[in-house]
Design a protein around this ligand. Structure first.
Ligand code: FAD
Length: 503
């Protein structure tokens, strides 16, 4: 008799799930399992309560999917390595889908996934050569014809949902509700999408109805919050596969929105390939020349002002408060606050990236840390692009919708003063009852000066950075796409992201 545990990780769905589809073919008995790891909870867990609730809702939804198939989802609690090793010792086989993780996750995985009786399914568009340097860097170029192999993944048929799975013989040790109580999961964030495949599919359908307007909503932060796809958390937890979303988008009539959205799905895979190529992205600068840059300039007051949204730059402050209050900001605001932290405030990138990671509901190590490093040019090839918060406010929030929502103390100011409230004439401040310096801080630094210093700092390091990149190992770590290398992660359309044609 063949007994197979299907170990769910970042694939909380029953459709387009290679491990599940194959297990149903191969096994007499199938036990779908999720292992709740207590290390994911609490202060050290790097996950805000809103993300944990999203996970819990997604698990409840997965449980419903299995019950509809005549099975159930088993919840075990503890270190997955130990809990699954026990099942292997009991004679079970384990099937799971690959999850692209950082060094720590990979160490955890290696201890388990290399064991006899475990099969990992690799149906995700990511290349994973075995040839590696001792630090985990790929020893071969994964990017040769990468776009074609990724397209092949997107275009291949999905794995259908099984007709039935049969009773699950392994009992759950806990319920989602008990876990939430035990760890006191009580999110304070508002407007967080509901987890699960059902909610994700509904959101996708609603988004496809307005795909045509996508190019106009992706950059302005208020419009993006309301009308961008907002599918990232469903992709991160695997409530939907990238391929499912891709294929539904391709079925929509051809439009600029469709091609822009498609290019972003490629970006999703492109950044996962980066973490697959080098697991160190979450820990240290990819180009050694930038390791520890600004680390000894840590300024607790500036750091706090950034986290709390009290820098005196309304667009930065609105974005930081939106991040902590809702768990979401769009690409442009993520890039703005990341570059502001490093270039303008001269803070070491890593605590900033960790803070954002903690608060994002869609937090994905493969995108968050690689994007931080790319935006802040810790690669040594990207332009030093210092987003000007005032310009961003004028161009992407001209009527102050975003700033007024998240920085209500400025709500009374006329639109034309919202980009630089410190320059508001005193008479205007008096007339609208907004006292800059009391109700809202003056800028904590002088932007033009700090932007200039940052450009000089990076120019000074430029030659050494280029030299470091001549080391093939460093280049492989960076995992640049082959096409459009010089504009990698740069401006390809009006959203500040490159387009599909640049792959
Ligand atoms: C500093 C920084 C950190 C980021 N951290 C994350 C993160 O932790 N998780 C995450 O999913 N995205 C991250 N992004 C990328 C992007 O901002 C979000 O994917 C997007 O804002 C999510 O909203 P949406 O689903 O409406 O995206 P859409 O604009 O509708 O895009 C569709 C999908 O494409 C993918 N995508 C979009 N932009 C990018 C990109 N630049 N790189 C890779 N994939 C992309 C996402 O899966 C997204 O859901 C980060 C960007 C920056 C600059």
């Amino acid at each position: 008799m063949t007994d197979i545990v299907v170990w769910h990780r970042a694939d909380l769905r029953t459709v387009d799930n290679a491990a599940l589809a194959t297990a149903v073919e191969d096994a007499d008995r199938v036990a779908p399992v999720f292992v709740v790891n207590p290390a994911y909870y609490g202060e050290a867990g790097l996950a805000c309560d809103a993300r944990l609730r999203f996970l819990h809702e997604s698990l409840c939804d997965l449980r419903r999917q299995y019950r509809d198939l005549g099975s159930d989802l088993t919840l075990l609690s503890g270190d997955p390595r130990r809990r699954l090793a026990e099942r292997l010792a009991d004679g079970w086989t384990v099937y799971c889908n690959r999850d692209v993780t950082s060094r720590r996750g990979r160490e955890r995985d290696r201890a388990l996934l290399d064991r006899d009786g475990v099969t990992v399914f690799e149906d995700d568009g990511i290349r994973w050569p075995d040839e590696r340097d001792p630090d985990g860097t790929v020893a071969v170029d994964t990017r040769v014809r990468w776009d074609e192999s990724c397209a092949d993944y997107f275009e291949r048929d999905q794995h259908p949902r099984p007709d039935s799975v049969g009773p699950n013989p392994i009992d759950s040790e806990v319920t989602v509700e008990e876990i939430a109580r035990r760890h006191d999961v009580a999110p304070e964030k508002s407007g967080v999408p509901e987890g699960g495949t059902v909610a994700g599919s509904e959101r996708l359908s609603a988004f496809l109805d307005r795909l045509g307007e996508y190019p106009g909503v992706v950059s302005p932060p208020a419009a993006a919050q309301a009308r961008s796809s907002r599918l990232s958390q469903y992709l991160k937890f695997g409530c939907l596969s990238e391929r499912q979303v891709y294929q539904r988008v391709q079925a929509a009539p051809s439009s600029r929105g469709r091609s822009m959205y498609t290019s972003r799905l490629y970006w999703n895979r492109h950044y996962h390939q980066k973490l697959a190529d080098w697991p160190g992205w979450t820990e240290r600068a990819v180009n050694p020349v930038f390791r520890g840059l600004y680390r000894d300039q840590h300024d607790a007051d500036l750091d706090r002002a950034w986290r709390e949204g009290r820098t005196g730059f309304p667009m930065v402050d609105a974005a930081m408060r939106a991040l902590t209050e809702t768990g979401y900001i769009n690409f442009r605001m993520r890039a703005l606050v990341a570059t502001f932290y490093v270039y303008v405030l001269k803070q070491w990138w890593k605590p900033g990236a960790d803070f954002m990671y903690y608060h994002l509901v869609d937090a994905d190590p493969a995108i968050n840390y690689t994007q931080w490093q790319s935006q802040c040019n810790l690669t040594g090839v990207h332009p030093v692009r210092v987003y000007d918060p005032a310009k961003q406010a004028r161009e992407y929030d001209p009527e102050g919708e975003f700033v007024r929502e998240y920085v209500p103390e400025l709500a009374g100011l006329p639109d034309e003063h919202l980009a630089r409230p410190e320059a508001t004439p005193v008479g205007v401040q008096d007339a609208c009852g907004v006292d800059i310096g009391t109700a809202y801080p003056y800028p904590v630094v002088e932007y033009d000066h700090e932007a200039r210093v940052a450009r000089d700092d990076f120019a000074t390091l430029d030659e050494r950075a280029k030299e470091a990149l001549s080391d093939p190992q460093v280049r492989r770590r960076c995992s640049f796409s082959n096409r459009g290398r010089e504009t990698d992660e740069g401006d390809g359309d009006d959203s500040g992201q490159a387009s599909l044609s640049e792959f």
